[in-house]
Design a protein around this ligand. Structure first.
Ligand code: MRU
Length: 384
């Protein structure tokens, strides 16, 4: 464990190799091979106050890491759940219950969180390779190879999202000749995505290429992923940023302080509707009212083409009311939760909202930038 104060940690982002912490480069998730393979992750539940890594030995560990929010963010929970299937196959190697074990865990992991579609996609992909592929290799070896492909594929997707999104930021800079002010919500950074991030990837690349950027970071109540994770990431990369309350964005847009809104997505439907962290929709409305472009960055693994209409069909996770009643922070050395609301009040805590496609300027994917329409999305899946 590396333990550091909020302001004096020595981290730098090296995009080709993940985040550098001390002498070591990190991704948010990695496989440690060896006699007993294990999966390691950065524990997001204690950031930015402590830097700790955790280990997944079993599919139960993968499930718990997801449900306890030690890992979060759509691409990452997909990769952790896929890792759960790898561990299920590995741990039951040579046993006659291997198939039922893998099926059981596929069912459980897919239900860990309901909104992020690539959790289901990655679990199905892994289970299919373990159970249905014709190959002389053992099921666990097939699982290992597919898992490595998923980790590398998701990382490469984010790098490509960065390159496509970079052109948008470059154009904005060319037009105005000054710092590009970006507003983002929640954490769609490298922590949420193994490496690079989705919404943050273009920002990191722009910064690397000396395009001046400044990021307005929504704190993102109730869990504060913006204040705790995005701000931390940006700080380590030396990117100018300012944390704001979730309600400040509209005001800043009216005052001309925001050039572009850039967010991630947990699920994008065939018609281009986008589910993301609760509060994203309000930012899209304010952006439209102020003539500010609103882009969504996402890997194609988070597009659900079976689902026709996001506003109507995407399942929105209802999370515990404790997240509304309590707020977590540092008291001296200790991470504590304090109550901000009397127990008597009923609370409601939807984790996500859906931004209708008509408010989305464009989708930035690893396959290119497209309109948030059925045709635009279909074009991502047809050969040029
Ligand atoms: O509840 P979380 O923290 O898993 O929600 C994450 C988000 O909403 C992110 O913005 C989303 O996954 C974007 S993709 C990196």
């Amino acid at each position: 464990m590396v333990n550091f104060g909020y302001s004096n940690c020595k981290l730098t982002i090296l995009l080709a190799h993940g985040m550098k912490i001390g002498d070591k480069h990190y991704r948010s998730l990695w496989l440690e091979e060896g006699e007993t393979p294990q999966i390691r992750y950065i524990d997001q539940a204690v950031l930015p106050f402590r830097f700790e890594t955790g280990t997944l030995h079993t599919p139960e560990d993968a499930l718990l890491a997801i449900t306890e929010m030690k890992v979060r963010g759509a691409p990452l929970i997909g990769a952790v759940a896929a890792g759960g299937i790898f561990l299920a196959a590995y741990r039951s190697a040579g046993k006659n219950h291997q198939e039922t074990t893998v099926r059981k865990w596929a069912g459980k992991l897919k239900q860990a969180r309901p909104t992020a579609v690539n959790l289901r996609v990655m679990v199905d992909r892994m289970a299919d390779h373990v159970l249905n592929a014709f190959s002389p290799e053992s099921p666990e070896e097939r699982a290992r190879k597919e898992y490595m492909k998923i980790l590398e594929g998701e990382t490469e997707a984010c790098r490509m999202i960065g390159l496509h999104g970079l052109e948008i930021l470059r154009d904005l800079h060319r037009k105005t000749g000054r710092t590009v002010n970006i507003l983002t919500h929640c954490n769609a950074g490298w922590l949420a995505c193994i490496d690079y991030g989705t919404a943050t990837a273009p920002i990191y690349l722009a910064h690397e290429r000396n395009i001046p950027v400044h990021v307005w970071v929504d704190e993102t109540r109730p869990r504060n992923q913006g204040a705790r994770l995005t701000a931390w990431e940006l700080q380590q990369a030396g990117i100018p940023h300012t944390v704001i309350t979730d309600n400040a964005g509209g005001h800043l847009m009216q005052k001309g302080c925001v050039d572009v809104v850039l967010v991630g997505s947990d699920c994008t439907t065939r018609n281009g509707d986008v589910a993301n962290k609760i509060g994203t929709y309000l930012k899209a409305l304010a952006a439209r009212d102020n003539g500010i472009p609103f882009y969504v960055a996402l890997p194609v693994s988070s597009i659900d083409r079976e689902m026709e209409n996001g506003v109507r069909n995407i399942p929105v996770e209802e999370r515990s009311g404790e997240e509304v009643r309590l707020i977590e922070g540092l008291d001296g050395e200790n991470l504590v939760r304090v109550s901000i609301l009397s127990e008597e009040h009923p609370v409601s805590n939807p984790g996500f909202d859906v931004t209708p496609a008509r408010l989305v300027t464009a989708l930035i994917t690893e396959r290119g930038v497209c309109e948030a329409t059925e045709g635009g999305i279909a074009s991502l899946f047809t050969d040029p």
